[in-house]
Design a binder for this molecule. Structure first.
Ligand code: NDP
Length: 468
């Protein structure tokens, strides 16, 4: 009898199964298409205790009770289909762990449905891509504490290990794990987009080659911007196409795809009423990129007049680094605020400092700045909006001139900067005592009698505007 079962042998499932087996556990595996299971067994499995099954009944029966089954299948309907398929063979007290990128509301529904049948369920965010799954991902399990206790030892062993401990913790109740993974991806979209905006200035304003940009990114990666996304970006810059000898990045079509987690983060933030402009604009940037044909045609129809300005290369590079740091901070700050609000609204009971700790290793948004963010949260756990901290304010104010300069420079060169601009606007909005929202209230009251509040007296007011 094997200790753990895993269903879904695409890249993530294969590597997670290998990772679990290499930590000394026996694993049963199953995949809908049996050829993939055979290929996996032949090409990837060596001495690991992994046993393949080709029908779901024998797969379930091969597991020690209470059974622990990890799903690594495509998010959405496939998760429900697979559960329905093996549910008849499960017993009360068995545990299902969904390690895919499931929508958190689906996870809440599944937890409830399965609880009625006596089956435990964990919705677990997994970050780190295929390499992470194999060598140690960041794991974000949510559900009941009892369910977590059943697999805690395995999860702590297979997760990435850092000085701050294994990158796995019990994230919180219900769909907390998948919620946190969703926002993780929203932040990931924003940071990726911010890096591309900085790259655009380096190549179009400073006219640097990918190699030269790679040198700059590598240097930044040795400093405050140290992160997985910075590291892969410098490596990408230096990579040449084997066929043509050209820089590969220059040959890649500029249409950015998406699978939906970034969009879900924005939709959810809008529903919760928490401002996440940098995360939202990162999704919009990907959508805009998809209109290649229109962009090509429109670019031909306008004349862009570029300014004749002295380019101070060293200043621009330093300001770009600061602007990127500003935007990365703003993106994390917005994401954490959403998590914090969701924790209250959905009663997840999430410890933000723990979330930041488990993002330190294995995951795509691992970054040096997480230590700084953790310090801010630890300073005052009520600081859900990080900007309330003195440290955060001085960090951003130190960099504000840089991001102002860079976003203006980009405009001079007709370069869009959806995330950098929105990061700055987010901060400017948050530090502005008087926003022009008074006029919106007046407009709403004018056309819809929606009423308004006043600054000089208590109460709710309505005006017959044209009669005044
Ligand atoms: P995919 O998301 O491409 O899913 C493929 C797997 O799902 C295959 O095993 C496939 O089986 C199975 N599947 C699809 N539809 C069904 C169905 N109706 N019934 C049964 N099985 C089905 O694989 P990945 O490995 O990329 O990802 C797995 C999960 O992990 C996803 O939720 C993904 O979002 C998430 N994830 C992925 C990351 C990545 O970097 N790829 C990172 C973090 C999370 P078959 O072989 O028969 O088609």
């Amino acid at each position: 009898m094997n200790e753990i079962g895993l269903i879904g042998l695409a890249v993530m499932g294969q590597n997670l199964a290998l990772n679990i087996a290499r930590k000394g556990y026996s694993v049963s595996v199953f995949n809908r298409t049996s050829e993939k299971t055979q290929e996996f067994m032949q090409n990837k499995v060596k001495d690991e205790q992994i046993k393949p099954y080709y029908d779901i009944k024998s797969f379930v029966e091969s597991l020690k009770r209470p059974r622990k089954i990890i799903l690594m299948v495509k998010a959405g309907k496939p998760v429900d289909d697979v559960i329905q398929e093996f549910l008849p063979y499960l017993d009360k007290g068995d545990l299902i762990i969904d390690g895919g990128n499931s929508y958190f509301k689906d996870t809440s529904r599944r937890i409830k449905e399965l609880e009625e049948k006596g089956i435990l369920y964990l919705g677990m965010g997994v970050s780190g891509g295929e390499a992470g799954a194999l060598h140690g991902p960041s794991l974000m399990p949510g559900g009941t504490q009892d369910a977590y206790e059943m697999v805690k030892d395995v999860l702590l062993k297979i997760a990435a290990q850092t000085e701050a401990g294994p990158c796995c913790t019990y994230v919180g109740n219900d769909s907390a794990g998948h919620f946190v993974k969703m926002v993780h991806n929203g932040i990931e979209y924003a940071i990726m987009q911010a890096i591309t905006e900085v790259y655009d200035v380096l190549r179009k304003v400073l006219k640097l080659s990918p190699e030269e940009i790679g040198e700059i990114f590598e240097k930044w990666n040795n400093g405050e911007l140290n992160s997985f996304l910075m590291e892969i970006s410098y490596k990408i810059m230096k990579c040449k196409d084997k066929e043509t000898g050209k820089y590969l990045v220059d040959l890649i079509l500029d249409e950015a795809e998406q699978k939906g987690t970034g969009k879900w983060t924005s939709q959810t933030s809008l529903d919760l009423g928490i401002p996440t402009p940098s995360l939202n604009l990162a999704v919009e940037a990907r959508s805009l990129s998809f209109f290649k044909e229109e962009r090509v045609q429109l670019a031909k129809r306008v004349t862009k007049i570029y300014p004749e300005i002295d380019i101070d290369k060293e200043k621009i590079i330093k300001d770009l680094e600061n602007a990127l740091l500003f935007s990365v901070f703003a993106s994390f700050s917005q994401g954490l605020w959403v998590i914090s609000e969701a924790s209250k609204v959905f009663e997840y009971n999430i410890d933000l400092s723990e979330v930041l700790r488990i993002w330190k290793g294995g995951c795509i948004i691992r970054a040096k700045i997480l230590d700084f963010l953790r310090d801010i949260i630890k300073e005052n756990k009520e600081n859900v909006n990080l900007l309330n901290s003195e440290k955060a304010l001085s960090f951003l104010m130190d960099k504000i001139d840089s991001i102002k300069y860079i976003t203006n420079l980009a405009k001079d060169f007709y370069l869009p900067m959806l995330v950098l601009n929105s990061s700055l606007d987010y901060f400017l909005s948050m530090i502005e005592e008087n926003l022009p929202a008074n006029l919106i209230q007046a407009q709403r009251d004018f056309f819809g009698a929606h009423t308004y509040r006043r600054i000089d007296k208590e109460g709710i007011f309505h005006t017959e505007w044209e009669a005044e």
